[in-house]
Design a protein around this ligand. Structure first.
Ligand code: HEM
Length: 243
């Protein structure tokens, strides 16, 4: 799928991109098989659930992109700084406005596990910026991969317009070929100067990023189940609605 091994931008064993893929293989499988993701893949996603996941993503990307902007001149981040192609905060704001209306900011709040992820992103951005690439990799390469399948599933399950409204998060206007862009991104990651100890820390941080995502999904699943138990399948928990 990724082309011939002779291509000059192809990654080599030992490269950061290969190491990240290998190190996160197991947690990726774990993330794919969370109850929330399994249901999503089967097309079992309600409008309320979709709104909840977009809300969590909005808090996550706001924190991630705030820290990316702080660190855009850091040598360990410069090569993978692609705001026009990748950044999702504005897209998420548009989606939230589509689903919640113009007062969306007052309608949403940040669930606990999402807040823990947000806190980690700020900590890394402010104290260990050399690890920020692990967080960018985990989210952006994921969005450019499985995210495209999830977009189609959501569009069908929620009967969203084919014009893309409500699905801006999944739409990368600045990326015409996701496979080629992922190749470029990998080669840029591989160009970051990194000693072996830092590289190991980046791999650990990527695993941590996946686990933070899993905790976000597990909490959303729990909130959804509680709503169903309370006999309000289409209702969000009150504490999610108000600040
Ligand atoms: C890559 C599917 C969830 C992060 C991929 C690929 C697929 C995929 C098909 C492409 C593999 C390749 O081209 O070699 C899915 C599905 C998911 C899911 C179906 C859930 C239903 C997630 C989650 C995350 C994630 C929750 C992290 C938050 C990634 C990353 C890559 C990736 C970082 C790039 C791996 C690499 O090339 O280094 N995913 N994924 N995925 N996914 Fe997922």
């Amino acid at each position: 799928m990724e082309g011939s091994k002779t291509h000059s931008s192809e990654s080599m064993p030992g490269d950061l991109s290969e190491a990240l893929k290998e190190a996160t293989k197991e947690v990726h499988e774990q993330a794919e098989s969370t109850e929330f993701m399994k249901n999503f893949q089967r097309g079992q996603v309600s409008l309320q659930e979709f709104k909840m996941v977009l809300t969590s993503l909005y808090y996550i990307y706001s924190a991630l992109e705030e820290e990316i902007e702080h660190n855009k001149d850091h040598p360990a981040y410069i090569p993978v700084y692609f705001p026009a192609e990748l950044h999702r905060k504005t897209a998420l704001q548009e989606d939230l406005e589509y689903f919640y209306g113009p007062l969306w900011r007052e309608e949403i709040s940040c669930p606990e596990s999402t807040q823990r992820y947000v806190n980690r992103l700020h900590y890394v951005g402010q104290h260990e910026p050399e690890l920020l690439v692990a967080h960018a990799y985990t989210r952006y390469l994921g969005d450019l991969s499985g995210g495209q399948v999830l977009k189609k599933i959501a569009q069908k399950a929620l009967h969203l317009p084919s014009t893309g409204e409500g699905l801006e998060f999944f739409t990368f206007e600045g990326v015409s070929n996701a496979t080629k862009f992922k190749q470029l991104y990998r080669s840029r990651m591989n160009s970051i100067e990194m000693d072996p100890v830092t590289k190991k820390r980046v791999l650990e941080e990527a695993k941590r990023a996946f686990l933070l995502n899993i905790q976000v999904f597990d909490e959303l699943q729990k909130l959804v189940s509680q709503c169903h138990e309370n006999g309000h399948p289409a209702q969000q928990k009150p504490e999610l609605r108000t600040r």
